[in-house]
Write a protein that binds this ligand. Structure first.
Ligand SMILES: Nc1ncnc2c1ncn2[C@@H]1O[C@H](COP(=O)(O)OP(=O)(O)O)[C@@H](O)[C@H]1O
Ligand SMILES: [Mg+2]
Length: 233
């Protein structure tokens, strides 16, 4: 099976400062990966490099097995890579429906399906982005990403700053998306929630992959959890 996105000996960073080193990663169709690691370890930088917002300094990003170096972020998006960035990025001056319709493509993730997934968005249909709560903005950002009918959905800090009930709703939707066969990469600080939804965990420490494996193995290793995630199981 050809990976949707891959990193091969990938290094990237900002100007002179190299953040990622020697990253090798394959994101396969339909798999759910938890990208984990403490603050500042390079998770967002890896996402930005994979989606084409940051150039590789060394090594490669592959999209469907082909070098993606010449493909800007919008072209990668068109090939089925959707991102819900940290901070969400909904259009503040557009309504919920306008935000959703901007992203619409032909496919199974229609406006109706997204509103079914997040009934709250239907209730807020004519509200502008800047009049939504943080949770509603995150629902809108996810809904918008789904309306591009992605093969891969990447969520950076999926539930950060949200109330517990809204978090539950985001995790519920991530499960539905996963069961629909869309590949998912999720970053989130709620370790137990991440471990309960993913097929595989990738842990970054100082820009390198320090550990990768199934969530059950990680959960059964309190030392590893403590060392890399700061969590006492
Ligand atoms: N725009 C930037 N310019 C310079 N350094 C940055 C920038 N963004 C992040 N960094 C640095 O890169 C490292 C990794 O950050 P980041 O990828 O945001 O980590 P994470 O998402 O795991 O918290 C940190 O040391 C951070 O300070
Ligand atoms: Mg981050």
């Amino acid at each position: 099976m050809t990976a949707i996105l891959s990193a091969r000996d990938l290094s990237a960073g900002y100007g002179e400062s190299r953040v990622l080193r020697g990253i090798d990663l394959d994101i396969l169709p339909g798999e759910t990966i938890g990208l984990m690691g403490r603050n500042g370890m390079g998770k967002t930088t890896l996402i930005r490099t994979l989606i084409g917002l940051l150039p590789a300094l060394q090594g490669q990003v592959l999209l469907d097995g082909a070098d993606a170096a010449g493909l800007p972020a919008f072209a990668r998006a068109r090939k089925g890579i959707a991102v819900v960035p940290e901070g969400r990025g909904v259009f503040a001056s557009l309504t919920v429906m306008e935000n959703l319709r901007l992203a619409a493509t032909t496919g199974e993730w229609t406006e109706a399906r997204v509103l079914d997934l997040f009934p709250r968005l239907g209730q807020r249909a004519s509200h502008r982005g800047n009049h939504l709560s943080g949770g509603e903005q995150q629902m809108l950002a996810i809904g918008r990403a789904l309306m591009t009918n992605p093969r891969l959905l990447i969520l950076d800090e999926a539930t950060e700053g949200l109330a517990p009930l809204i978090r539950d709703e985001i995790w519920r939707v991530i499960r539905i998306v996963r069961e629909a066969g869309v590949a998912v990469v999720v970053v989130d600080k709620t370790v137990s929630a991440v471990l309960s939804v993913v097929d595989r965990v990738v842990i970054l420490v100082k820009g390198q992959i320090a550990w990768s494996g199934p969530p059950e193995i990680l959960r059964a290793d309190p030392g590893l959890m403590h060392r890399h995630l700061g969590v006492d199981a």
